[in-house]
Write a protein that binds this ligand. Sequence first.
Ligand code: ZN
Ligand code: ZN
Length: 156
Amino acid sequence: MIKIPIHVLNAGWTNFDGVEPASFLEVGDTETMRFPAEVKYALKVQLVNNGVLVEGRVSTWIRAQCGRCLVEFEREIVNDGVCHFYEDPPQDVLDISEDIREDLLLAIPGNPLCDENCRGLCPDCGANLNEKECGCRGRSTNSGIWKDLDDLKFEK
Ligand SMILES: [Zn+2]
Ligand SMILES: [Zn+2]
């Protein structure tokens, strides 16, 4: 839980840093994505008029399987655009867990790729094209399912 004690705040920025266990995200590990690290936050907080302004950065790491080449990789997930304003906050503590959790979840890709330019697997032989040229693509420009469809036509 990320709870800000209101009494320590003033009209200038107060740094508010810490870590939470990965369970803070409330998303379980799946076959294609795990959360091996803790959640780190580095926030700054200040009183503004009758509210509390929170800005900063939240991050963690994912261990995921690439959607194209199926290789596992680890990557830091960062949202450094955290920005929330809480009007009429409670007198004692302000719980911002929910918003910070969402900020971080938004930064996690739905279809994680090991690299934006990942070349994936060859549809013909299954070779990881990031590692080697298998040669299939030179032999047939109509590869994979389209080639199968062409072959079907010829059989008629
Ligand atoms: Zn990949
Ligand atoms: Zn191939």
